[in-house]
Design a binder for this molecule. Structure first.
Ligand SMILES: [Mg+2]
Length: 352
């Protein structure tokens, strides 16, 4: 929707939220500041919240437990996973009770069962594997080389192949580990074709979330920290999106890509506040008390006691115009780095 200044909290324009998890609600074992209280606040207002996760390895009850563990409201039915979206896709094309190779963690197995299909493990007997009519591939830490050989053997015969998500990497405390996308590439190299992928940024996971919510897409807001998955996926599914700066992506990632979030939030608490909208002003942009204009060496920032997030909204608006008018990648990056410094100076929740 077009965003206008209002005295109402941002969330007043929506009936429901599809919320990402890592980098939005928690980071590993830690709670993201303000997230749990804000989600409680949304539910208290009557807003429906579901959590859409590309993580296919865990079962919804386990995910809900982690969400509740940081103090946010969640039951297993509030969790919509890419494994569930994959199983739903297969249930559309297979007969009820059909056997599917479950190449992934417990979440893949459970999703197939819940969708009325029969999961078959890669370690099953040849007789059981013979009856398989599709492969559902999701991340599974217990998978072994032999399991991928079994999947390749089945896929070579032309079976339906659905993958939960194609995230190339999986962030772990020490850095980046291969994600499900890397394991898809491994199989694709062998079988010379690619799967149908259902997780973000592909629309099926958001569509399943909408089905679960039963709300009007025009009154549903997608919230996430990753531009290339959460925000691009929301755009593909036709949903308004809020990019929250508590996770991995930063202003330099926005100017380097093509995602265009409807809102930019310092934390989920901004959902419960009026949204200061950036507006053009002579040669620059104004947002709340902040004013930002393009300068010879990046951006000219007049913060004047304004909130850091207001500087960032005005600055990103200025950088988007610069991008459209042929600004160089170097100019865009330099401007975005200035905004990142404003965020860093403001601390973990860059509101004040
Ligand atoms: Mg995330």
């Amino acid at each position: 929707m077009d965003v206008h200044e209002s005295d109402e909290p941002l969330i007043a324009g929506y009936d429901s939220v599809v919320c990402d998890l890592d980098g939005v609600v928690y980071r590993g074992a830690d709670a993201v500041p303000d997230a749990a209280e804000s989600l409680q606040g949304l539910v208290a207002r009557g807003v429906r919240v579901v959590y859409a996760t590309n993580n296919a390895s865990r079962v919804p009850a386990e995910v809900a437990e982690q969400i509740a563990g940081v103090g946010a409201p969640a039951t297993p039915s509030d969790v919509v996973s890419s494994a569930q979206a994959g199983a739903a896709r297969l249930a559309e094309v297979l007969d009820p009770g059909a056997s599917v190779l479950a190449l992934g963690g417990d979440g893949v197995d459970a999703a197939l069962r819940d969708a009325g299909l029969l999961p078959v493990s890669p370690g099953a007997s040849d007789r059981e594997l013979e009856g398989v009519s599709a492969v559902l591939q999701g991340y599974g830490r217990q998978l072994r080389v032999r399991d991928f050989e079994t999947a390749a053997r089945l896929l070579t015969t032309g079976l339906v192949w659905v993958a939960s998500n194609d995230d190339a990497t999986l962030p772990l405390p020490w850095g980046q580990s291969p994600g499900n996308g890397a394991y898809i590439d491994l199989l694709a190299t062998a079988v010379q074709r690619r799967p149908d992928v259902v997780g973000k940024p592909h629309p099926p996971l958001y569509r399943l979330a909408l089905e679960r919510l039963g709300t009007d897409p025009a009154r549903t807001l997608a919230v996430g920290d990753r531009l290339g998955t959460d925000i691009v996926g929301a755009q593909a599914a036709g949903l308004d999106s809020a990019w929250v700066l508590t996770g991995v992506d930063r202003p330099t990632d926005l100017v380097a890509g093509s995602a265009s979030p409807t809102y930019v939030l310092s934390s989920l608490a901004d959902l419960l506040r009026p949204y200061a909208v950036p507006t053009p002003d002579a040669d620059g942009w104004r947002c709340g008390g902040a004013r930002v204009s393009p300068g010879a060496d990046g951006l000219r920032i007049e913060q004047d006691g304004a909130a850091a997030i207001e500087v960032v909204r005005a600055g990103l608006a200025a950088l988007r115009v610069l991008r459209d008018e042929g600004g160089t990648a170097e100019q865009l990056r330099r401007g975005a780095e200035m905004l990142e410094r404003v965020l860093d100076d403001a601390g973990p929740t860059p509101l004040r």
